[in-house]
Design a protein around this ligand. Sequence first.
Ligand SMILES: Nc1ncnc2c1ncn2[C@@H]1O[C@H](COP(=O)(O)OP(=O)(O)OP(=O)(O)O)[C@@H](O)[C@H]1O
Ligand SMILES: [Mg+2]
Length: 239
Amino acid sequence: MADYYLQIDRINVRYGDIQVLWDVSFEAQKGEIIALVGSNGAGKSTSVKAAAGLVPTFGGHIRIDGQDLTGGTCRRFIDHGIILCPEGRQLFPQMTVYENLEMGACSKESAARKKETVEKIFTWFPKLKERQKQLAGTLSGGEQQMVAFSRGLMGLPKVLMMDEPSLGLAPNIVDDIFHIARQISREDGLTVVLVEQDVRKALKLANRGYVLENGVINIKGTAEELLNNEEVKKAYLGI
Ligand SMILES: Nc1ncnc2c1ncn2[C@@H]1O[C@H](COP(=O)(O)OP(=O)(O)OP(=O)(O)O)[C@@H](O)[C@H]1O
Ligand SMILES: [Mg+2]
C-alpha cells in the first residue's frame, strides 16, 4: 500500500445528511491505468471528484507521491497534478477550441508551458488543430470529448481522472482517445483513473479495476480477473 503513487485510502463522502461513499479505497502506481466501474448512482463520479479535491471527504486520506492532500483546496490538488475531466465534458460552448484548451493550463507550470503542450496535443488530435478557432459548442460530440480530454492534458496532469469519456460516442472515437491515454501513460508515466459504464471497454484499457456498488468497493482485481469474475460477468458484462 505504501508504495502506491496515488492512494485513496478509506474516504467517506456525504451530501447533506446522506452518506454516499463508505470507506472507499483505490490506488494506482505511476503510469498505471485503473478503472472504476459500477451502476448508475453507485458513487463513481463522487469518488473521482473527492479524489480530485472537489468534494469534501471525512475520515480517510488522499495521498499522491507520499504527500497527504486530504482536506486541501482544489488548487492544491491541481498543483500536485491531479486533474479531472468531468462527466458531461463541461466545455465552455461560447469559447473556441483553443480558448477551451487554454483554460486547462491552470497551474503555474502548465501556464508557462502552454504553447508547447498545445502543439503536442495538435499532433495527437490533428482535427483540433484544424478546428482550433471553432466555437466548442458547435463541435460534434466526439470532437467535444477530444477537447475535454485535451483540456485535462493542458494542466500537465500526473493523475488524470476521466469520468465517462465514452458516453454517447462512436466506438472508434473512444478508441482514439483511449489509445492516446495509453500512449501517454506508457511514455510519460501518466496515471489514469477511468470511470466507465462500458465495463468491457474499460477493463480492456485498464491494468486493474474496482467495482463500486452503493458507495462501497465490493470487488477489485486485475482487469483479467474482473473480466472472468462471475459476478462482474453477470451484472456488468451481460454474460
Ligand atoms: N451534489 C449532490 N448533492 C446531493 N446528492 C448527490 C450530489 N451528487 C451526487 N449525489 C448523489 O450521490 C450518489 C452517487 O452519485 P454519483 O454521481 O457519484 O454516482 P455515479 O456512480 O457517478 O452515477 P452515474 O453512473 O449515473 O454517473 C447518488 O445517489 C446521487 O444522487
Ligand atoms: Mg457519474
